[in-house]
Ligand binder design. Sequence first.
Ligand code: ADP
Ligand code: MG
Ligand code: MG
Length: 188
Amino acid sequence: MALVATAVEREAGRLTELDAAIGDADHGSNLQRGFRAVTTALAEEAPKNPGQVLVLAGRTLISTVGGASGPLYGTLLRRTGKTLGEAEQVDAGQLRDGLRTGVEAVAKLGGSAVGDKTMLDALVPAVDALAESFGAASDAAEQGALATVPLQARKGRASYLGERSIGHQDPGATSSALLIAALAEAAA
Ligand code: ADP
Ligand code: MG
Ligand code: MG
């Protein structure tokens, strides 16, 4: 979570620029507000295990980020954390299973799927590639984010633009790639 927060601080400007092209120019500031609150909450409540860390982070995002990405990322982290349960230590396989249930919960909440030009275009290939390695997952997320450029958005604000959403990288897929890169960095 600390590495995600650092990446969000570093990339907030770029995320907001991407959202300016096909949304409402707040994705970077939404995540900045959310992950600053996550950093504070984790420091104050000092959760005892990985599952509790993710549940608290998810709950904090849901309560501090007004945009679509708050409930979606909040659900991703909360559901992943719930799947990890109270385990003191989590191995790569448990994390992969947890993230898969988290990503499935995002798809259900968003009514979205791969190809809709959303965060799922980075998250789904990342979870698939986690079986191989964290590095492979990070590469897959980055490729998935880049692959949103030629797509027409079918969900979220960008979908209101119709064909005009084509030719721009999805901000949420881009931030998801940051999140998975932070995970790979933490694992390394
Ligand atoms: P808002 O659109 O409310 O301003 P953000 O700008 O923070 O929220 O987040 C926008 C991102 O959220 C999009 O780039 C997209 O990746 C993601 N998103 C929006 N709607 C959905 C959805 N229904 N399913 C999955 N992801 C979505
Ligand atoms: Mg926005
Ligand atoms: Mg908004």
